[in-house]
Design a binder for this molecule. Sequence first.
Ligand SMILES: N[C@@H](CCC(=O)N[C@@H](CS)C(=O)NCC(=O)O)C(=O)O
Length: 189
Amino acid sequence: MQLFGSTTSPFVRRLRLYLNDRQYEFINLDIFSAEGRAILTKNNPALKVPALVDGDQCIYDSRVIYRYLAEKFNDPKLTWSQENLLTLIDAANDSLVSILICMRSDLDVNQDKLFFNLQHERVSNILTVLDKEVADGVFNQWNYPAICLFCLLDWVEFRQLHQWKTYTHLVGFYQRVQNMEGVESTDPR
Ligand SMILES: N[C@@H](CCC(=O)N[C@@H](CS)C(=O)NCC(=O)O)C(=O)O
């Protein structure tokens, strides 16, 4: 099994943390280099990481890859509430990927423009909801949704994309899971 990704992507890191001790090959791409894009084109026409190759089967999108792996390893399906949490985490992640790409395109992402305002508003709304979910104990176990939340927060911190330290329950969660298996070895810094 081969996982195509980058060390910095939060969508890739969640799968690396989930796979942890399992046998697989991690193929680290520079997704903006010509070589990386050629490999991406072959394995995911959407030109995003992650992509998984398992024998003849190629799967793209972390959400679908997780479903594939959970089925393969006989892990329980996510509940609908967990699916909703993932939708929120993914939406915040997607908005922040767009913001990062805008920053790398030398755009001022703090301009009062509809596109930027919508992304900032979405991220703030989602973090407010996730903060409350953490307070309610929804993320007490180190399961896949918790892994995804950690990857989002650590990436926001790493890239300095959003002020999130005012969400005290999220901060508590972030500190609590620092010693979980794989967290240090997958640190992109
Ligand atoms: N929905 C996708 C999102 C993946 C994604 O956005 N990956 C980013 C890296 S963090 C990417 O490859 N971006 C390239 C681009 O947007 O051109 C998933 O869950 O796998």
